[in-house]
Ligand binder design. Structure first.
Ligand SMILES: [Zn+2]
Length: 165
């Protein structure tokens, strides 16, 4: 699915539907092996300054491996977005901070499915964990004990740095 944002904004188009999980290979890769279809709603419009905006939200579910008990669990993810396409005449500086500037391809389309897939991927936590009450490691895990007993634990920020590479 691609979207012509200029035309859609003129027509004040709205969309409500699903993205099939088979169209979300990168999200599936980022999960522990399962991602649901994603439900999407958005509307296209121009704001009072004439900026084209695509405003909407999406919900889905992925499987993740709990980093506390190492068991798999399902995590619901919902995202909100407000995109504004970069046109030949506008640069990122022209687009108000409230909107996320997105590229159009040479035909004037934006890759809305990939953009929403990106939103889901960045919503996946670095250290996914069950809610405490659902986690099988609940009984022998407290942050305070670990802090006191592991004097030489690695700097948590160093761990984050490694994950980003
Ligand atoms: Zn767990």
């Amino acid at each position: 699915m691609t979207l012509d944002p200029i035309r859609s904004a003129k027509m004040k188009s709205t969309y409500s539907g699903g993205i099939e999980s088979s169209d979300l290979p990168r999200l599936l890769d980022a999960s522990a092996g399962f991602c649901s279809d994603i439900q999407v709603q958005f509307s296209c419009d121009t704001d009072e300054l004439g900026t084209v905006i695509i405003n909407g939200h999406a919900q889905g579910e992925v499987s993740l491996n709990c980093q506390r008990c190492m068991n798999e669990f399902k995590q619901k993810i919902s995202v909100e977005f407000c995109y504004s396409p970069l046109t030949a005449k506008s640069t990122e500086d022209d687009i108000p901070d409230a909107y996320e500037a997105v590229d159009m391809d040479e035909n004037g389309y934006i890759a809305i499915v990939e953009l929403i897939e990106d939103e889901f991927i960045v919503s996946i936590p670095f250290f996914p964990m069950h809610d405490v009450e659902d986690c099988s490691k609940e009984q022998d895990f407290t942050l305070g004990n670990i802090d006191e007993s592991e004097a030489e634990r690695p700097n948590p920020f160093a761990v984050l740095q490694n994950l980003k590479k």
